[in-house]
Design a protein around this ligand. Structure first.
Ligand SMILES: O=C(O)CCC(=O)C(=O)O
Ligand SMILES: [Fe+2]
Length: 387
């Protein structure tokens, strides 16, 4: 299939059957796509009012991050005008631009997360490509050295300014949320942010055209986000689902709320105390859907490992440390297709724990050794513990 094929073209052709590349294997299909999408489930992701007292915010965040890896925030300080303005501004590119004008903004398919207009593919472990029923526009927004608004749609005239303002607001909110998440684990407020360093932020507007066979396709396949924290807004159509205790639950499209998704690096940093959220997007036959996701990632040169304050004899390190660049490349070369990329970093905690503690007992500088153990080969730790 030509790279330049966009889902929107297929949708506008009025086909009654989707091309075979878009058909999910039966195990991945949405089980039931009912007419009334809101009826799909009665369980809701938790909501946190950020204006409440800290004594109630921290336990609410702790519970949500442990049990769901996702929660809505209200009273988040981001002006409603900006949320609505950006949602509105993102539509003309998908709805009104001619395809030849859209393709002037095409991303480079040879680079992962290249900026611009595209239709991303995930390649399954069997190397069979199943395509998502989704087009998107990816913006590189932070650090400022990556931000080049002239690469973003030129229409409507306020687009670029809105996107830049939104990027700044999301950074502030992400920092505030990571501070609350740190505190909710009894860590100092800057703990998670210190572990991440300067944010690399990308903003992706996803557009899911109406799909003639929503029961066979997915807008976006099951995945967890690979970075630290994702902040997502959507329109009123609905279609985002989160996986909770083996069940796919629809996320209510709440206009003034921002959805927080815990991503993989936060699960590593918190030593599994907080769970990355597995999610996907389903499609529907009648209405196009828009979502805007803001991803916050570490720089590629940052090494991520569980913070030592969350590692103890009763809570051994669950994950080995990883250079973010290596995490990224393993994700892109072997996209997980429903499996957690994170699981590749899982340690054998029983052995690791005894090795680590044997070494610690003999050495006062346990902090250094903890990081060493993470970086050197695991069996070397075992040998060292026996010596
Ligand atoms: O469209 C959505 O609601 C989900 C988007 C998403 O998960 C992503 O871009 O990673
Ligand atoms: Fe995602």
């Amino acid at each position: 299939m030509e790279w330049a094929v966009r889902v929107q073209i297929l949708s506008q052709m009025g086909i009654s059957e989707v091309p075979s590349q878009y058909i999910q294997p039966p195990k991945n299909r949405p089980e039931s796509v009912t007419e009334n999408i809101a009826d799909l489930s009665c369980k809701h992701v938790p909501a946190v009012d950020l204006c409440s007292e800290k004594e109630s915010v921290l336990p609410a965040i702790r519970e949500a991050c442990r049990e769901w890896g996702a929660f809505h925030v209200f009273n988040h300080g981001v002006p409603t005008k900006l949320l609505d303005g950006l949602r509105r501004a993102c539509l003309p590119f998908f709805n009104d631009f001619q395809m030849e004008d859209k393709l002037k903004y095409a991303c480079n398919p040879n680079f992962a997360a290249s900026e611009g207009y595209g239709s991303r593919l995930l390649v399954s472990s069997e190397n069979e490509t199943v395509l998502d029923w989704r087009d998107y526009f990816d913006h590189h927004t932070l650090p400022l050295s990556r931000r080049n608004p002239s690469a973003w749609p030129h229409f409507p005239p306020e687009y670029r300014e809105l996107m830049a303002n939104y990027s700044d607001e999301m950074r502030v909110l992400a920092q505030r949320l990571l501070a609350l998440m740190s505190e909710s684990l009894g860590l100092k407020a800057s703990c998670i942010e210190d572990a991440v360093g300067e944010f690399y932020q990308n903003i992706t507007a996803s557009y899911y055209p109406p799909c003639p066979q929503p029961d066979l396709t997915l807008g976006l396949q099951s995945h967890s986000d690979i970075g630290v924290i994702t902040l997502l807004i959507q329109d009123d159509v609905g279609g985002l689902q989160v996986l909770k205790d083996g069940e796919w639950l629809l996320v209510d499209p709440l206009p003034n709320a921002i959805l927080v998704l815990v991503a993989d690096q936060t699960e590593i940093i918190t030593n599994g105390k907080y769970k990355t959220c597995v999610h996907r997007a389903i499609t529907n036959a009648s209405k196009a859907r828009l979502s805007i996701a803001t991803f916050h990632d570490p720089a590629k040169t940052v090494r991520i490992s569980p913070v030592s304050d969350l590692v103890s004899q009763s809570s051994p390190p669950l994950y080995s440390s990883v250079l973010y660049r290596d995490y990224l490349s393993s994700w892109y070369s072997n996209a997980p297709e429903g499996k957690r990329n994170l699981d590749k970093l899982l340690l054998d905690t029983s052995n690791y724990c005894s090795a680590l503690y044997a070494i610690k007992k003999r050495n006062k500088n346990s902090q250094v050794l903890f990081h060493l153990c993470n970086e050197i080969k695991f069996d070397v730790c075992i040998e060292a513990s026996k010596a």
